[in-house]
Ligand binder design. Structure first.
Ligand code: GAL
Length: 875
């Protein structure tokens, strides 16, 4: 194809796209203008994240609690209850007289902020009553959020919803002094109908949240930590999560796409409704419709009685479908179905559903096939916090995590152990990650005193149904997780409750299997019998030093079911910290004389030391390779997270991550990259080579590489050329004696030179190197630049043990949001602009102000070193 043809083709496509775009109503954006002389905007979805007032109370200021409010909150789940629904009690709801819900309450002394907001992340650490497991940050207490929302007269003819993507936890919402409803599970998204309480002019919204001590095994965060939306629709509209796309037949030539659209009529009369849907190619960068239409569903008309909802099902064939699949061998192609609902000649609603076309085969012997291709599951588990930003959702922070995981060769994610932000799945769709979308960490039996077991009886059905309906159109979702290490897994109730939950899932989505992570259930248990995929936590590779594997028993007891390691490894390490002596085993249990430094609360980064239930990555790889029917693994964890600082409970954050809390790669990153991107030439030497106290002492040198042979040179002298042994995943020279100078490795694959790496003894700290991951950022109050400062010697090489104190400052329209260094035992509060470097590095996260344009200069100083700066450009 000639260039000129390409240019003409793309210009023509652009023209067609823009023509089509101009006639196809789009989702109204936040800034959509109302133009009375034009066709009415049929659906508005406005983010109301800005300008909230907030106050946190550690003693109850209002005498309210979930148990007091419960009868009024329960009906909020009614749409997701198939059996008997809850009736709202008559009479005045509790709390309507609490001062904070009233319009005339003076909240001017409360903190002014925008959401997403995590009230706990700013610290201080060591909050009273908060365990190390929960991250020692003040997530407990009662938080009130208030905001005014202005509605115009025409809005009152609409149905007005409040959509909260996630608020931690036990939300209760008032509008104009009236209790509207709420939702207790802090990880779920929910919608409340504000219409009955809305009025023209200023409307007072007030939201009460409450977090108990001992509510979680990890840092839960606190507050309205995800996006909040006001949705205005006409009385006839597509219901919440009201479309469901399935693709029952797929071949290279064609794909059948089925679409069910649920249209609700909240008006006062029956309506004759027409539903039409066009399928667009989605823009690969934004996921938005391109205007290039590839199919049109047949239009359908029906009459919908007042107060009723009808599901309208249609089907269409897409020729030569562009399949969705994980890179690098496949592409995550997406489509958008744009549904238009009309009554008479008026368009009353336009609704977009992004979807993908792919086949997933879960094979007990071959593992996972995507579009017929075997894809080994190379997954990571992750918690929802975004390091020093806490749990306050930020799309760029998550995208950065995804980019780092993608570079490592990750193709799958487990949302351990809870519902992710909606944008998580949108990003996963675009990256082509396969998602194990998980719901619960416990059922009726508690793991900690105030966890979900308190809600299970009332909320498991609405929570599960709304979760599945929210997420089921995402092609990235490949499995539904109904539980992690559920205490009931070994009892009869593991089977009965498991069946109850599986039945709910299957009634909402028949296209994906149900799974759970089992750390102790037996292969023949009632619990294992209920699942479609057998998920083994740690049992497959053998725990600690044991090589007993549960894979064979599950494979023979459940011969038709795919097996994967729903959780693997849990190896521990601190970036850049090496502790001697080094075990000669391929995996060891961490302890004071085994990879751990109890006084410094650090674990050796030789990546060999795990808690008693875990194993090194190497041992996990061996377990997987010896049982080749296993579909793959989800490593615990991709990123370090706040809380659960095993094995040093006194620390603030975990040691499990392949990448540290600041987003800096530990050595382990390269061990996974070597296996997961076997075709990518890479070699990585550890440890660093600055050991003045170890001259003449054994200092093992390990190399992580995708090669099959490697030769190490110590100051130019060969320490031996080695072939990779069967069931070994690293090259090790365990008898190298330290001498200052240079380590150099040359690796080979199939006899040809493949990749090299060098580690040098460096000089004293001489300078600071400052780099931004992105120097051009949007001035929208959300976009972030991640700025890394490295302490380097005169040659520009990182000083690996540098811990210089570094201070950031900023000029221009931006803010230093937080700093971090990945050290799990650093208790400097996250917003602090000053922080010690750790293993040579420190991070600062900078945000441009909303409406900012122009230069933002981030400067950094450190005693005894020249200052330096980086310039960002906001637009
Ligand atoms: C698992 C558990 C995870 C995490 C991990 C730490 O047993 O499922 O949530 O606690 O241990 O190793």
């Amino acid at each position: 194809m000639s260039n000129s043809f390409l240019m003409r083709y793309s210009a023509c496509a652009l023209l067609i796209a823009s023509l089509l775009l101009s006639v196809i109503p789009q989702h109204a954006a936040a800034q959509a203008l109302k133009e009375p002389h034009h066709a009415a905007i049929d659906r508005e979805r406005i983010d109301i994240n800005a300008n909230w007032r907030f106050s946190r109370f550690t003693t109850n200021p209002d005498s309210l609690s979930y148990s007091v409010l419960k009868d009024w909150i329960l009906p909020s789940g009614n749409l997701f209850i198939n059996g008997t629904k809850h009736n709202r009690p008559s009479g005045t709801p509790p709390g309507n007289n609490v001062q904070y819900v009233k319009a005339d309450f003076n909240d001017s002394t409360w903190e002014a902020l925008n959401v997403p907001h995590d009230w706990a992340v700013k610290g201080p650490f060591n909050a009273p009553g908060i365990s190390g497991g929960m991250g020692r940050l003040p997530s407990n207490g009662i938080g009130w959020y208030r905001k005014t929302v202005t509605l115009a007269k025409p809005d009152l003819e609409k149905t007005i919803f409040l959509d909260i993507d996630g608020a931690m936890s036990y939300s209760a919402v008032w509008l104009n002094g009236n209790l509207v409803g709420g939702w207790p599970y802090g990880y779920n998204s929910f919608r409340l109908d504000l219409t009955p309480y809305a009025k023209e002019g200023t409307n007072q919204l007030a939201i009460r949240l409450e977090n108990a001590l001992d509510s979680s095994r990890w840092y839960p965060g606190a507050g309205i930590y995800r996006n909040v939306w006001l949705v205005k629709v006409n009385p006839v509209h597509v219901r919440q999560y009201g479309t469901y796309v399935t693709t029952p037949q797929i071949s290279a030539q064609s794909a059948t796409v089925n679409l069910a659209v649920e249209v609700e009529n909240t008006g006062s009369a029956s309506q004759q409704v027409n539903v039409r849907t066009k399928v667009h190619l989605a823009d690969s960068a934004t996921g938005k419709p391109t205007g290039v239409i590839v199919a049109k569903f047949p239009s359908k008309s029906t009459s919908i009685a007042k107060g009723a909802t009808q599901s309208i099902s249609t089907s269409v064939t897409i020729d030569n479908p562009r399949l969705w699949g994980p890179p690098p061998t496949q592409k995550p192609n997406l489509y958008v179905a744009v549904t238009t609902v009309t009554v008479g000649n008026s368009t009353v609603d336009t609704y977009e559903t992004r979807f993908g076309i792919r086949t997933l085969t879960y094979d007990a012997n071959k593992g996972l096939l995507v579009n017929g291709e075997h894809i080994r599951v190379q997954g990571t588990c992750n918690h929802h916090d975004l390091g020093s930003l806490g749990t306050a959702f930020n799309i760029r922070a998550l995208e950065r995590q995804f980019q780092i995981l993608e570079e490592m060769g990750t193709n799958a994610l487990r949302t351990s152990h809870n519902i992710p932000a909606p944008e998580f799945l949108e990003l996963a769709d675009r990256f082509g990650f396969l998602v194990y979308d998980e719901m619960f960490d416990c059922w009726k039996t508690q793991k900690v005193a105030n966890d979900y077991h308190l809600l299970f009886d009332d909320w498991s059905e609405p929570d599960l149904r709304s979760f599945i309906r929210r997420d089921r159109n995402h092609p990235s979702v490949m499995a539904w997780g109904i539980g992690n290490e559920i205490p009931e897994q070994n009892s009869a109730s593991g089977g009965t409750i498991g069946k109850y939950l599986r039945d709910i899932v299957v009634s909402e989505d028949l296209t994906r299997p149900v799974t759970a992570g089992m750390d102790s259930a037996k292969a023949t248990s009632a619990f294992a019998n209920v699942l479609d995929i057998e998920g083994l936590n740690y049992q497959g590779e053998g725990r600690g030093t044991s090589t007993d594997s549960a894979f064979p028993s599950f494979h023979s007891a459940q011969p038709n079911k795919m097996i994967w390691s729903s959780e693997s490894s849990s190896v521990l390490s601190t970036r850049g910290t090496y502790i001697f002596p080094v075990t000669s085993a391929n995996s060891a249990i961490v302890g004071a004389a085994s990879g751990g430094n109890d006084s410094a609360s650090q674990v050796s980064a030789y990546e060999l030391y795990a808690p008693s239930w875990g194993a090194s990555p190497d041992k996990v790889f061996e377990g997987q390779d010896r049982h080749d029917y296993v579909a793959g693994e989800f490593v615990w964890t991709g990123f370090d997270y706040i809380g659960e600082p095993t094995p040093y409970d006194k620390s603030r954050s975990s040691y499990f991550g392949i990448v540290d809390l600041a987003g800096f790669k530990k050595d382990r990153f390269y061990l996974y990259q070597a296996r997961w991107r076997a075709d990518f030439p890479m070699a990585h030497i550890l440890p660093h080579w600055n050991w003045p106290d170890r001259v003449g002492q054994v200092t093992p040198v390990h190399v992580f590489s995708s090669a099959d042979e490697a030769e190490l040179f110590v100051n130019g002298k060969s320490a031996g050329r080695k072939k990779v042994a069967e069931y070994a995943y690293r090259f090790r020279w365990d008898d190298v004696k330290y001498e200052a100078g240079e380590l150099h490795v040359v690796t080979y694959k199939n006899g040809k030179e493949w990749a090299t790496d060098t580690k040098k003894t460096v000089g004293a700290a001489a300078k600071l190197n400052i780099t931004a991951d992105r120097t051009n950022i949007a001035g929208d109050g959300n976009d972030l630049s991640f700025i890394t400062v490295a302490v380097v010697d005169g040659n520009g090489d990182i000083v690996p043990q540098a811990n210089n104190n570094v201070t950031f400052s900023i000029t221009g329209p931006g803010k230093i949001v937080s700093t971090d260094n990945g050290n799990p035992s650093d208790f400097t509060v996250f917003p602090s602009p000053s922080r010690q470097a750790f293993s040579g590095l420190v991070l600062s996260i900078v945000r441009a102000n909303a409406g900012a344009s122009g230069n933002i200069v981030v400067s950094v100083t450190s005693p005894g070193l020249p200052s330096t700066s980086v310039t960002l450009h906001a637009s």
